[in-house]
Design a protein around this ligand. Sequence first.
Ligand code: ATP
Length: 363
Amino acid sequence: MTTIRFEKVSKSFGDYNAVQDLNLEIKDGEFMVFVGPSGCGKTTTLRMLAGLETPTYGRIYLDNDDVTLAAPGKRDVAMVFQSYALYPHMTVRKNLAFGPEVRGEPKAAIAKRVEQVSELVGLQSLLHRRPSELSGGQRQRVALGRAMIREPRIFLLDEPLSNLDAALRTHMRTEISELQRKLGVTTVYVTHDQVEAMTMGHRIAVFSHGRILQVDTPARLYGAPANKSVATFIGSPKMNILPARLAPGAGHVTVNCLGTVFTLPSLSLTSALPPEMIELGIRPDDIHWTKDAPSRCTEKMSGTVISLETTGSETFVIVDIQGVEVNSRFPSFVQIKIGDQVDLLFDRSDVHLFDATSGDSLR
Ligand code: ATP
């Protein structure tokens, strides 16, 4: 039973601030994913949790133990790296047993534990092999097994699937999620892949430039992003961000986006008046082709098709509306060609509004 707490944690390398004023609580048994572009501070945060880096400022707690300055070996944390870090000259059995043997645990107990763990990660028939005789996915399972055999308080995984091909990565995502659910150990998983984050995490912390932009469930990150950066990072194809004007009314606001005018319920704003110039976000999946649109889609934008890309099951379409490119995804049977005039329909409740200056969500 382990909770993790970061309190005002910062880390600088020289005068470069890799992590800034990080506050985060991870619940007992939670699968937390750190996601964000390269260099945003995810790995540094994980390494501070493992004890491989010392914070420049702030405290880190495991339950109520302040571990900010504790040595890695004193934290009871197991870390799995992208590189697997297996011993090449040892068999799988020996790789699994090595840690407990070094700690002087009884031989019979170690043998039993190796059996249990190898069954959990599906390695029973491979215990006699060396790492060079295993596939990438099997090596990754040994690395996971080696972390599990210690029965640590928390698991830390740093991009563990990035050396695997796409099909195996998808398969291992499911395996790791299931293992974590079975074991119930608090887990922090670092990735730059938003699909991996969305499919695995109970909650996701989205990092950017050393800060956390939002911590939330996958559904809320997708449906209620706190700002434009999260909105455009999560979801593929990317959310459209379009220029718009906003006018307050009595109990509502009027939005004018590329000539389409509609009203929305009043915004819960921190400032008294909303900015006049805003940005409207709408996901390609929330934009529908006329004949395919649900009846709730009452708003319409019209423009010219400038690009079409068919995958077989669907067609990605770019429509020029008043000089602005709008991406949408149509069923592949739709008969359109470049140069056609088309209407795009959407439901006003699917739109996101952002402050054009700060990028903060206005809804
Ligand atoms: P990636 O996905 O590429 O691993 P990341 O989000 O995990 O990226 P970090 O590895 O945490 O990013 O690095 C954050 C920033 O801190 C980067 O700009 C990196 O160059 C810098 N940094 C990390 N470790 C050191 C170090 N030991 N010395 C100097 N700068 C470092």
